[in-house]
Design a binder for this molecule. Structure first.
Ligand SMILES: Cc1ncc(C[n+]2csc(CCOP(=O)(O)OP(=O)(O)O)c2C)c(N)n1
Ligand SMILES: [Mg+2]
Length: 485
């Protein structure tokens, strides 16, 4: 549609025509666009035109989107007196999206900044506080709950991993070394916040009240497991605890999280969405789509990347050339921070602030939590085939997030050796009992494999069920004998 055609259509021809004709060069105009009405507006006339167009929301929205006052501010503060450019050049040009200064220097942006983005931390390796007011921010009760959660998670991992090695479970995956990211962030969130995990975030569920028995039931795929055995072990979820069920395809959770966050925004809810993902997942297209979508839609979502150095056997050095993930957030226009993921207090502090910003400012935030995947990727992996045992031991012993927090609570006089052995004893008993119970429970009936998706079973699924039953009859030994038919 031509401009004059459009002007006639919206009935505002005279005013806007006058503005356009008052200048010969395009540089005095800021191009704006809405989905259906492209038009040109002289910058200084914005207010008049907003008032004029206010009857057309679409036009108002279009004009507002490209009126980048932020870019103007940046331009003023970043002006470089040394570059010999004229005042006119420095004032720059209103490209679509905002004003940009000109320069006569032919400079490419460097591939990375000279210094890597720093990492926020509160506790040093020996559990001494670097920030003196930390015990005011974290109460004894909270610190002990976080610590107990970390130990319980670690104990649960130990026994469920062993159960898989003994052939009692089909698969397992531990959170070794990432307990602080799990419990530190869980403690900083409200139970109304919706969490989408990748698969190494069982601690969030534990914090929210998913019992060790619930975990064991899911892993054994028994009749009490929330997924009725239809998912691999570790693919936990809980509607009542606002934890979306894990799905195996990496990074699908990110665009989904943004959509959920946008719906919270529309409903004016006082909560946010929190999406976890790994360094490897950030190489998926969904990562980029998710971050960009969140930034443009101002969705209240906190992205938490667990940068643990490995994506199965691929080290981060082969995964990306950028300074990790934190800079990618900034590239998408998202406030971003790097935190020591092995420091539970730092994680807690950062996630708490991120949550407040996401909700109060209605925008996405990105956190890159630096850590190390102490375990093999899963029970389907032997990581000593691609990394040294010394490297693993180094992280396991010197950088253990559990030991670090233990030292801090001990030094505060909040925790004794007696408390420590009591906690370990209780966690061990709880996990062992849960595993034994889960193993004894009935398996879900075969029928359940086909239910819960459609209200009425469609024809193709009926056919599949009949075929499956016929196959079981022909080859009964190939199917578990404890599955009710
Ligand atoms: C789309 C997709 N591609 C590949 C895989 C196979 N896969 C499962 S986990 C994984 C590594 C993910 O690494 P990262 O995101 O760093 O998480 P971490 O295991 O280190 O916690 C890969 C490649 C998958 N599940 N989905
Ligand atoms: Mg990883």
């Amino acid at each position: 549609m031509s401009i004059s055609h459009w002007l006639t259509r919206i009935g505002g021809g005279n005013l806007i025509k006058k503005i356009i004709c008052s200048s010969l060069t395009l540089s005095h105009y800021q191009a704006t666009a809405s989905s259906s009405f492209p038009f040109l507006i002289r910058r200084n006339e914005h207010k008049a035109i907003f008032a004029f167009c206010s009857s057309t929301n679409v036009a108002f929205f279009g004009a507002r989107r490209y009126n980048s006052t932020k870019t103007e501010g940046q331009l003023l503060s970043e002006s470089d007196d040394e570059d010999g450019s004229t005042l006119e050049e420095k004032q720059g040009f209103d490209f679509p999206g905002g004003k940009i200064a000109y320069t006569t220097k032919l400079n490419f942006l460097p591939a990375s900044s000279e210094k890597r983005v720093q990492c926020y931390r509160v506790l040093d390796e020996d559990g001494y506080t670097i920030l003196s007011n930390m015990s005011e921010l974290v109460s004894k009760e909270l610190a002990l709950k976080v610590y107990s959660g970390m130990v319980t998670l670690n104990t649960m991992d130990k026994f469920l991993y062993e159960a898989q090695r003994q052939g009692r479970l089909s698969f397992y995956l531990t959170t070794y070394g990432e307990e602080a990211i799990n419990l530190g962030s869980a403690a900083a969130l409200s139970s109304d916040d919706i969490v989408l995990g990748q698969y190494r975030e069982a601690g969030i569920l534990l914090w929210r009240g998913f019992t060790v028995q619930d975990f064991a039931n899911q892993c054994f795929g028994n009749n009490d497991g929330h997924g009725k055995g239809r998912q691999m072990p570790v693919h936990y979820g809980s509607k009542s605890l606002n934890f979306v069920t894990i799905s195996s395809p990496l990074t699908t959770q990110l665009p989904q999280a943004v959509g959920m966050a946008y719906s919270l925004k529309m409903d004016k809810k006082d909560s946010c969405v929190v999406a976890f993902f790994g360094d490897g997942s950030a190489s998926e297209g969904d990562f980029h789509a998710g971050l960009n979508f969140a930034a443009v839609m101002d969705a209240p979502v906190v992205f938490i990347c667990r940068n643990n150095g490995w994506a199965i056997s691929t080290p981060v050095t082969q995964q990306f050339r950028s300074d990790g993930i934190v800079v990618k957030g900034q590239a998408y226009g998202i406030p971003s921070i790097r935190v020591d993921g092995n420091d539970a207090l730092a994680v807690y502090d950062v996630v708490r602030s991120a949550r407040e910003m996401a909700i109060n400012e209605q925008r996405p935030i990105l956190i890159e939590a630096m850590t190390y995947r102490v375990s093999h990727h899963s029970t389907s992996d032997d990581s000593t085939k691609y990394r040294s045992v010394e490297e693993i031991e180094h992280w396991k012993t010197l950088h253990s997030p559990i030991t670090r927090l233990r030292k801090w609570i001990g030094r505060n006089g909040w925790w004794s050796n007696k408390d420590e052995s009591k906690l370990h004893g209780e966690a061990t008993t709880q996990v062992k009992v849960a595993i034994d119970e889960a193993e004894k429970k009935k398996m879900p009936p075969l029928r359940d494999m086909f239910t819960d998706v459609y209200d009425e079973l469609p024809l193709n699924l009926m056919e599949q069920e009949t075929m499956l039953r016929e196959t079981i009859q022909k080859h009964p030994k190939d199917f578990p004998n404890n599955m009710p038919l």
